[in-house]
Design a protein. Structure first.
Length: 136
């Protein structure tokens, strides 16, 4: 093997290492702004004291989760599609879907009656999903 052959092999190996490294770095998501998400979450939670605002709290929490999904670059035109893309990364995927469906009922139907346990369950699921995504 000549020195030219060795140089070619070394050049190929270095090139492969660089390409592989760029691929790994490209896939690693940037950290989310936890201060922003934490502040929004706490601002939203203050509204829980008034039973009449429970629907707004669920809608706002759902929206905050959707923001985190978008910032994490989950694919999909709608939040539902993004949730499907993220399902393996969510601790309680079923709970998040329950919350998202409840949010849709609140947004599109009139007179939706909310139970305290139901609201708390949804918020626990959304909070965990935000933690799973690195937003909280």
């Amino acid at each position: 093997m000549s020195s030219s052959d060795i140089k070619d092999i070394v050049a190929i190996v270095v090139l492969l290492i660089i390409v592989f490294s760029i691929g790994i770095l490209h896939r690693r998501p940037k950290p989310l702004n936890k201060k922003y998400f934490d502040a929004e979450w706490h601002k939203n939670q203050k509204l829980l004291a008034d039973k009449n605002s429970w629907g707004m709290v669920i809608i706002a929490a759902d929206s905050l989760l959707d923001q985190a999904l978008k910032k994490r670059h989950y694919k999909g035109k709608t939040m539902g599609e993004r949730l499907v893309s993220a399902q393996r990364d969510l601790t309680d995927n079923d709970g998040v879907w329950f919350g998202h469906k409840l949010r849709n009922r609140i947004a599109h139907e009139t007179g939706v009656k909310l139970k305290k346990q139901e609201v708390l369950r949804v918020l626990v699921c959304f909070r965990q999903a935000l933690k799973d995504l690195g937003a909280l």
